[in-house]
Design a protein around this ligand. Structure first.
Ligand code: HEC
Ligand code: HEC
Ligand code: HEC
Ligand code: HEC
Ligand code: HEC
Ligand code: HEC
Ligand code: HEC
Ligand code: HEC
Ligand code: HEC
Ligand code: HEC
Length: 315
């Protein structure tokens, strides 16, 4: 029996069928498509050339005539690569009518976030990682909410200024970073993106690594161990004790010891809660262990110990 290659035949038929359809579609769009301006950027600059914000674009990575992939590369559409066809926009509006708009970027503009992002994604789809499954895409955050394409510095990509951009939407997180004990974000040493992928990631909270701890270990490698004596919560999740965005407590702790420790450690082994009042059975002076209230004064190896007799994390 002859064995037909059905998928191939199907594809062939589809192709034969599509050719005329494609040609028809092309004619249609050619008739209806909005026109591009006559001389590209030169046309636009006739009216926008005195705006220093606009002119900043020529000092960015996008304005590389030598790189054919950029908007200003040979054969590209220049301003209109991002702002879309501007032929009608360049024409003087008829009396009582508004100028035909081009694609505008930012919040509260006539163009939807979807329309805006589409202009960028035409070129950047493949190198943006997890964008299409990110919380930012899901929540209609625009490329231009973070990126300032006309500014060669693009503040969101500078460590020292990034948090200011995130602050427009994440006020509380940025406020935390100004607490007395926090990561050095505002000193320009690190940024939100030291821990987060702004375009999304497969991890919770768009972290850069698979887990919280893996993310922390990229800089705090000494906390990874392996330790002869591990402290279970440390291997589980650093945020059981620390607030990564900043805290009013020394060491960026969630709470001060002993309270921090007493969330999990009751009066096991030695009492770590205040003793009963004198006069009651078992009552008397408060525990000496508690008096020294920083549990970590004695249990100094709270992240784990490699000392042969460090089982109690005291050395
Ligand atoms: C004949 C003058 C003229 C030309 C040529 C012109 N524009 Fe405009 N453009 C304007 C005016 C005036 C406005 C603001 C008022 C309005 O929208 O009617 C504007 C607004 C804009 C805006 C919106 C700014 C905002 O607030 O977000 C963008 C973007 C823009 N132009 C881009 C372009 C691009 C790209 C070109 C070239 C294809 C171009 N313009 C050509 C006159 C012009
Ligand atoms: C015509 C294609 C094209 C369009 C449209 C485009 N880009 Fe780009 N973009 C590029 C190329 C090419 C690079 C350089 C990539 C490289 O170096 O590998 C680049 C680089 C960048 C960079 C890194 C800049 C740097 O200095 O390294 C950012 C950020 C960026 N684009 C954002 C955007 C945003 C936001 C938009 C939409 C408003 C956009 N791009 C539209 C082609 C484009
Ligand atoms: C939440 C803010 C945010 C949004 C939204 C955002 N970006 Fe970015 N983007 C950044 C930051 C921050 C960097 C610098 C990354 C770094 O330093 O690790 C960056 C870097 C880039 C780069 C340089 C190459 C790279 O991956 O490092 C490109 C290209 C880019 N973004 C394009 C886009 C496009 C296109 C969109 C919209 C689809 C977009 N971005 C949306 C914050 C954002
Ligand atoms: C890489 C994409 C890209 C290219 C290329 C580009 N723009 Fe823009 N344009 C933007 C984005 C994004 C904004 C929103 C402001 C911002 O984030 O920088 C913007 C804002 C503007 C504005 C409003 C500025 C203001 O003062 O609020 C005008 C006008 C404008 N562009 C005109 C132009 C002209 C003219 C060109 C060509 C010389 C051009 N753009 C090239 C992406 C681009
Ligand atoms: C225009 C508003 C906007 C800006 C600007 C913005 N974000 Fe977001 N971000 C959101 C929204 C909306 C969500 C989803 C709801 C939420 O978790 O608050 C989100 C979620 C997140 C999440 C949680 C992601 C997840 O997978 O659960 C992180 C992390 C984040 N943003 C980091 C940043 C960083 C870092 C910046 C600056 C580089 C930034 N965002 C800038 C609006 C914004
Ligand atoms: C030292 C690493 C680190 C830095 C720096 C960092 N984050 Fe986070 N972020 C985390 C971790 C870990 C989580 C998840 C656990 C949690 O919420 O405590 C998280 C969660 C988030 C969430 C989502 C969870 C929620 O509470 O809604 C947002 C939004 C966020 N971060 C924004 C930011 C912003 C904005 C910055 C910069 C100002 C920033 N982060 C800096 C580690 C960091
Ligand atoms: C990009 C590198 C980097 C990453 C990732 C990072 N940190 Fe840090 N961490 C630092 C730096 C830098 C300091 C400040 C050190 C100093 O001041 O000596 C610091 C300090 C700390 C401190 C001490 C604060 C104090 O007041 O003494 C704690 C606690 C901490 N980080 C916890 C974490 C946790 C938890 C994570 C993961 C959610 C994490 N870090 C991820 C770089 C990082
Ligand atoms: C059981 C609670 C607990 C857990 C879980 C925990 N820590 Fe700590 N951490 C502490 C205490 C207590 C201090 C001491 C604070 C002080 O100096 O006052 C501290 C201090 C630190 C410091 C600053 C001093 C030093 O030792 O370098 C860093 C950095 C740090 N922790 C990182 C981490 C990282 C990374 C993780 C996750 C792998 C983690 N911690 C998990 C309780 C914890
Ligand atoms: C999130 C819960 C949690 C917190 C907070 C916590 N621990 Fe632990 N700790 C544990 C668990 C779980 C074990 C393992 C218990 C076991 O093996 O029986 C442990 C073990 C210990 C041990 C060794 C005990 C033994 O029996 O070998 C010491 C000592 C200890 N913790 C001290 C501390 C100190 C000091 C703090 C505060 C800085 C603290 N812990 C905070 C959960 C916690
Ligand atoms: C004065 C020093 C000191 C202080 C302060 C101290 N501990 Fe201890 N702790 C020890 C010593 C020593 C042991 C070992 C006792 C033993 O092996 O019988 C121990 C044992 C433990 C154990 C293991 C219990 C067991 O089953 O043997 C835990 C859990 C513990 N401490 C938690 C804490 C907490 C929580 C605090 C703060 C409220 C604290 N310790 C304060 C010295 C101290």
């Amino acid at each position: 029996m002859t064995k037909w290659n059905w998928p191939a035949i199907g594809a062939l038929w589809l192709f034969v069928g599509l050719v005329p359809a494609m040609a028809a579609a092309e004619e249609e769009t050619a008739a209806e498509a909005p026109a591009y301006s006559k001389s590209g950027a030169d046309t636009c600059l006739n009216c926008h050339g005195d705006n220093p914000v606009v002119m900043g674009i020529f000092r960015t990575r996008h304005a590389q005539p030598g790189d054919p992939r950029t908007p200003f590369g040979h054969g590209q559409l220049q301003c209109e690569a991002c702002h879309g066809p501007g032929g009608a926009h360049t024409k003087r509006p008829k009396k009582g009518e508004e100028r035909t708009p081009v694609v505008q970027f930012g919040r509260g503009k006539a163009s939807t976030i979807g329309e805006q992002n589409q202009m960028c994604l035409g070129c950047h789809n493949s190198n943006l990682g997890n964008w299409h499954v990110s919380a930012h895409d899901d929540n209609e955050v625009g490329c231009a909410d973070c990126h300032d394409s006309h500014d060669p510095r693009d503040p969101v990509r500078q460590k020292a200024t990034q948090a200011e951009v995130c602050k427009t939407c994440h006020q509380l997180k940025v406020a935390d970073s100004l607490l007395p004990f926090a990561h050095p974000l505002h000193e320009g040493q690190m940024a939100c993106t030291s821990c987060h992928s702004p375009h999304g990631s497969p991890a919770d909270a768009s972290l850069k690594r698979d887990t919280v701890n893996e993310t922390c270990y990229t800089c705090h490698a000494d906390k990874r161990g392996p330790f002869l004596w591990e402290h279970q919560p440390v291997t589980e999740d650093c945020t059981l004790c620390h607030k990564p965005h900043g805290s009013a407590q020394a060491g960026m702790l969630k709470q001060r010891p002993p309270f921090l420790c007493q969330q999990c450690h009751g009066a096991q082994g030695h009492p770590s809660v205040p003793g009963l009042p004198a006069g009651l059975p078992g009552g008397g002076a408060p525990s000496a262990y508690l008096l020294a209230s920083g549990c970590a004064n004695c249990h100094s190896q709270v992240h784990g110990s490699n000392h042969p007799s460090g089982a109690r994390l005291t050395r």
